[in-house]
Design a protein around this ligand. Structure first.
Ligand code: GLA
Length: 410
């Protein structure tokens, strides 16, 4: 053979192997273009745990619409653990025939007819955390089933995974979802054990960074073999993770406990901080019977706008003084969100001189420069205009509460 021919042959072999390699890589890649801002919705676990049925899910969907939550952005109605019945002789999973007699497809149709989307839950191991059938060994079959049902979001847990490798297991389910062909948001729920922020960006759209949230502001609940964490404990565990988040791939500090019993100030602070973190906003209360205060917190449009900002940059802790933390989040168009969090059980007074120094955020390359520029302030919880950065801020913050502003560049 002539030399140029051999050269061309080798070149084509190498490039086809390369293309194959790319195809394989592509197979393990999530659906792009989903969750470009943090996903918003509702999930059954925090309030109902395993006590769910199709009536509750339908009524919650109705309430999400009638309360105005849907229009505020809460789109996904996510069924968590314990919807499962058994696998049939061919291995296909079915819903619990007593709790979900109409089946998941009918529920999905109902939820879609309300202008909402539906999420479901499974587990990378042999069983879910609640002891229901897991997806291990059935990944492609389950993904096909979910796609046939019209599922839009999958939360994929990490119980009973024995010797599995986390990155490998989540790649398998993302490959299965891709093959099934329906764009589905993949919510990775392995509690941060294997640092998913370091490997999950191509695989999932959000990943849990911690163990489960517990419905308290400042406590840790020890369950013996595992612990659940209050709002402040979870907040502290987000340290160092912001650089991993961005459009289509979010740190998930777990679902909201707003409306589940904390006092209003603590619920407000919890919600505000989740918004500063660009966290997924998955409500975990009972929207069929929520108080006016809970609804006001969950549907505060301007606080949600901080969370949903199109720049997609997670906020950061800028300073700590005594019990008060100052958090900043750069927003599109040169605006900033600023949130003062009082962690103490007593009120705190603060003073903040906007002009003291120019603040530069390396990650987003954004500058908060109140020396050369005057920003207008709006208090996002009272909805009132609050002067500008021309004057230092002096304020009192009640116990376990926040003071949150939007600084407008224009
Ligand atoms: C794990 C998850 C929770 C919830 C339960 C269900 O603990 O972290 O969010 O899904 O399982 O059993």
């Amino acid at each position: 053979m002539k030399k140029p021919f051999i050269f061309l042959l080798m070149l084509s072999l190498v490039s086809s192997a390369f293309a194959q390699g790319n195809n394989y890589a592509q197979n393990y890649h999530k659906f792009d273009g989903l969750a470009l801002t943090p996903p918003m919705g509702w999930n059954s676990w925090n309030k109902f745990a395993c006590d769910i049925d199709e009536k509750i899910i339908r009524e919650v969907a109705d309430a999400i619409v009638s309360s105005g939550m849907r229009d505020a952005g809460y789109t996904y109605i996510n069924i968590d653990d314990c919807w499962h019945g058994q696998r049939d002789s061919l291995g296909f999973i079915h819903a619990d025939p007593v709790k979900f007699p109409s089946g998941i497809k009918a529920l999905a149709d109902y939820i879609h007819s309300k202008g909402l989307k539906i999420g479901i839950y499974s587990d990378a191991g042999s069983q879910t955390c609640g002891g229901r059938p897991g997806s291990r060994g059935y990944e492609f079959q389950d993904a096909l089933t979910y796609a046939n049902w019209g599922i839009d979001y999958l939360k994929y847990d990490w119980c009973n995974t024995e010797s599995l490798n986390a990155e490998g297991a989540y790649k398998t389910i993302t490959a299965a979802l891709r093959k099934a062909g329906r764009p589905i948001v993949l919510s990775i729920c392995e509690w941060g054990d294997n640092k998913p922020w370091e490997w999950a960006e191509p695989i999932g759209h959000l990943w849990r960074t911690t163990g489960d949230i517990y419905n308290c502001f400042d406590c840790i609940k020890d369950h013996g073999t595992w612990k659940a964490f209050g709002v402040l404990a979870i907040l502290d565990m987000q340290d160092g993770l912001r650089k991993y988040a961005g459009k289509g791939h979010w740190n998930d500090p777990d679902m909201l406990e707003v409306g589940n019993g904390m006092p209003q100030n603590e619920d407000r602070a919890h919600f505000a901080m989740w918004c500063m973190l660009a966290a997924p906003l998955i409500a975990g209360n009972d929207p069929r019977q929520m108080s006016k205060e809970t609804l006001q917190i969950l549907t505060n449009k301007e606080v949600i706008a901080v969370n949903q900002d199109t720049l997609g940059i997670q906020g950061f802790k800028y300073a700590t003084k005594d019990s008060v933390e100052t958090w900043l989040k750069p927003l599109a168009g040169g605006d900033w969100a600023v949130c003062f969090l009082n962690r103490a059980k007593t009120p705190a007074s603060i003073q903040f001189d906007w002009q003291e120094k120019t603040i530069f955020d390396e990650l987003s390359q954004r500058e908060l420069n109140a020396k050369d520029h005057t920003y207008q302030l709006k208090n996002l919880w009272t909805g009132k205009k609050s002067g500008s950065t021309a004057k230092p801020l002096r304020a009192n913050i009640p116990a376990h509460d926040v003071l949150m502003f939007r600084l407008s560049a224009k």
